[in-house]
Design a protein around this ligand. Structure first.
Ligand code: AKB
Length: 337
């Protein structure tokens, strides 16, 4: 008999660590986590952890023989800046890795006669706005606006959203009897800011980096101009969004992919919030035109009306609460230790 588990790939990434800590609080959840690296020691006992590669077919076959995946949170990905240094590797991990897992979820859905839930974090990187004037005009983009990403990561995310929808609705459409399809649900996240972890290889990283550097008394040079704006969200809201979308009744969902957002800030506004908390912080701005170009192609805000309407999405942390109740106190404590 195979063991029923929730599978989390990319487990040691920022979202992964926060999601595991949350899911492990309930004893009902049996977690199987997968990552190229070990889980941090403080997370020992939270899950059965496999150190391995989602592209390793033998490993994946072994896992299928031992486990039944009830829900899959597929978080493993190479982020936007890193993806530009290794676009083909990004494609392999982000697209081929996702395709392999979708196939596994599709087969398991058929075998057990019940859909496997496949939860996928997509990103503002799926958008590509042509210039700053359009970005200012079309501030809150809807899911179907400007789906013309300029990065490999953004292309990968957009295509994987489509692949997920295909496996959800049209997989094996020529078969004589309709197979049980998997249940694919995706969120387009803005830049995420955690008090406990730092991102690696993304382009929205200047937000969290500025804050964590200031708390450690380190100088920080921001790689975009002060007036550049994108949407952000505090990590606890990102975790609630994943869990709430996963628990929403299927019949309430009118889309496979939902925008979710919390607050939009310019880099200067982030600096001001950081300086309010850490008045000695040394922050300057020296744009890296290539990374800034990526930020310029991402929207200034997201229209998340569909998520609010269909499954009651609402962020708990607006900008005030995010900084004053979650980020600053926790970051202070973290580096004081
Ligand atoms: C990145 O910057 O690549 C990510 C994202 C916005 O998806 N944080």
């Amino acid at each position: 008999m195979r063991k029923k588990v929730i599978l989390i790939t990319g487990a040691i990434g920022e979202i992964g660590q926060a999601l595991i800590k949350n899911l492990a609080q309930s004893h009902e959840n049996e977690l199987l986590t997968l990552d190229l690296q070990r889980l941090p020691a403080e997370m020992d006992g939270y899950s059965t952890h496999i150190q391995g590669d989602i592209l390793d077919k033998y490993l994946m076959v072994r896992l299928i023989t031992e486990y039944e995946f009830d829900t899959i949170y597929h978080l493993a990905a190479l982020l936007s800046t890193r993806g530009e240094f290794a676009p083909e590797l990004a494609h392999q991990v982000n697209v081929e890795g996702t395709l392999g897992l979708l196939q596994i979820a599709a087969e398991q859905s058929q075998r057990r006669g019940q859909p496997v839930k496949f939860i996928f974090p997509s990103s503002i990187a799926a958008y590509g706005l042509p210039d700053l004037a359009t970005k200012a005009r079309d501030f809150y983009v809807r899911e179907w606006d400007w789906n013309q990403p300029t990065t490999m990561y953004g292309c990968n995310k957009l295509y994987c959203e489509l692949l997920g929808s295909y496996y959800n609705h049209n997989y094996q459409q020529m078969a004589t009897s309709r197979p049980v399809m998997l249940d694919f649900r995706a969120l387009r996240f803005p830049g995420l800011i955690s008090a406990f972890t730092l991102p690696a290889g993304g382009t929205s990283d200047y937000g969290p980096e500025m804050l964590h550097a200031a708390a450690q008394g380190k100088p920080y040079t921001c790689f975009v101009e002060p007036d550049r704006v994108i949407p952000f969200m505090a990590m606890p809201d990102a975790i609630s969004a994943l869990l709430n979308l996963s628990q929403a009744p299927r019949e309430r969902l009118t889309r496979n992919v939902y925008n979710v957002t919390s607050f939009s800030l310019t880099a200067a506004e982030i600096r001001d919030l950081v300086l309010e908390a850490f008045p000695d912080a040394r922050i300057d701005f020296k744009p890296d035109l290539k990374r800034q170009g990526i930020i310029d192609s991402w929207p200034a805000g997201l229209n998340d009306k569909a998520a609010r309407r269909d499954w009651g999405w609402e962020p708990v942390y607006d900008v005030e609460r995010a900084f004053h109740e979650y980020l600053i106190p926790n970051i202070r404590q973290r580096y004081q230790k």
